[in-house]
Design a protein around this ligand. Structure first.
Ligand code: NAI
Ligand code: MG
Length: 353
């Protein structure tokens, strides 16, 4: 039996608090399932580390992480260190160097939760966001600095390989899940080079998947449809910028940051993928033991699915839903008075039933 090697980067603030619960749940699963086994190695690369060493990780940090099967990341961010440093020196180097082209974001209204949309229809789709190029490229510059004619240029970079690989991943995911349709978020009516290129590569790639239906919406209209008829989506593919905005909108309609997990995925498996809750280090509640651990536990379930254990993923999600439906053990962000670890314990209790 394979022992999955998991690198754990708890980070700052509530990062370690919620990550502890996620590992607790994985341990309970390993106890129950004789075919599932894992080992964790913790890396203390956070803002404390930066204050002590003047860097977010050692010079060979990426090399140390590279041999792991997967990375479980808490959250990073602390008033003593600029957010630009924590993001550009830790999170982005991991995402970029490990070619985590895919940002996978399930948008699912869990049983026991109400959507602010106050609608009864199920919401259950995935946003598959391009995670390494597009509008968030480092290409551009500022000219005539300080003068009246000062100007800035930031380039959007779309590559055939990048768009193709994203579309392939989305199609594979849709087929595995029995989804019927891919929705493309675009703006090719106005962004006439990059987005027409994007559409063309998406559509060429989709020709190899004639079993899947395809629809394309301009991003502004699509944002409205997320609110008006979220039940109509199955798999949404989006560029880096559009996917960033859509996924926050998506998580808002299913209960917010406490219920927003994510995977940064290297589809080839050449490098480890990284799983993390979408929320940050929440300094306002850090240390109080009241952070909602569900997003991080759900992120670790996505990791199990990535390991090929969709069955374990489903068990974790069912245990989370059973806890929500029971409506007894909830953290304050969703109206309860339980602690982070009590919620972790309740989910484990449900797993055992
Ligand atoms: P945040 O997500 O940390 O917090 C926003 C609000 O949501 C806060 O009121 C917080 O208490 C609440 N919240 C977040 N997660 C929660 C949870 N699990 N349970 C209960 N309440 C929760 O975002 P904010 O305040 O903008 O950023 C704080 C720090 O986190 C900054 O330094 C920022 O750069 C960093 N950050 C890091 C991210 C990462 O590591 N990937 C992502 C987003 C922000
Ligand atoms: Mg975002």
């Amino acid at each position: 039996m394979k022992t999955h090697q998991i690198a754990v980067l708890p980070g700052d603030g509530i990062g370690p608090e919620v990550t502890t619960e996620a590992i607790k749940v994985l341990e309970a699963l390993a106890e129950q399932d004789t075919d599932f086994n894992f080992e964790t190695t913790e890396f203390p690369w956070n803002s404390d580390y930066y204050v002590k060493h003047g860097k977010m990780m050692p010079d060979d940090g990426l090399k140390q992480l590279q041999s792991f099967d997967s990375i479980l990341f808490g959250a990073i961010g602390d008033a003593r260190v600029s957010d630009l440093v924590t993001i550009w020196e830790l999170i982005l180097p991991i995402r970029k160097n490990f070619q985590q082209f895919i940002n996978f974001r399930p948008i699912k209204l869990l049983k026991g939760l109400n959507s602010p949309l106050e609608q009864e229809k199920p919401i259950d789709f995935a946003i598959i966001r391009e995670n390494s190029e597009g509008e968030y490229s480092d290409s551009g510059g500022i000219m005539f600095s300080g003068e009246e004619r000062e100007m800035a240029v930031q380039n959007t970079v779309m590559t055939k390989q990048g768009v193709r690989q994203l579309t392939e991943f989305a199609c594979d995911y849709a087929e595995k899940r029995g989804a019927a349709k891919i929705t493309n978020a675009t703006k090719s009516n106005v962004i006439s080079y990059a987005m027409t290129f994007w559409d063309r590569i998406v559509e060429e790639t989709m020709e190899k998947h004639p079993d899947l239906d395809y629809e394309k919406y301009y991003i502004d209209a699509l944002a409205a449809y997320f609110v008006q008829r979220p039940e109509s989506f199955e798999v949404v593919i989006a560029s880096n910028l559009f996917g960033d905005i859509l996924s926050d909108l998506g998580s808002a309609i299913v209960g917010g940051l406490g219920f927003a997990p994510s995977g940064n995925i290297n589809p080839s498996g050449e490098f480890p993928s990284m799983f993390e809750a979408v929320h940050g280090s929440a300094p306002d509640i850090a240390g109080k033991g009241i952070a909602n651990p569900i997003a991080q536990i759900w992120s670790s379930a996505l990791m199990l699915e990535h390991f090929g254990r969709k069955d374990l993923h489903d068990q974790v999600l069912a245990a989370i839903e059973a806890t929500l439906v029971e409506n007894q053990t909830l953290t304050p962000d969703i109206g309860g008075n339980a602690t982070t670890s009590e919620v972790g314990d309740a989910i484990i209790e449900k797993l055992k039933q």
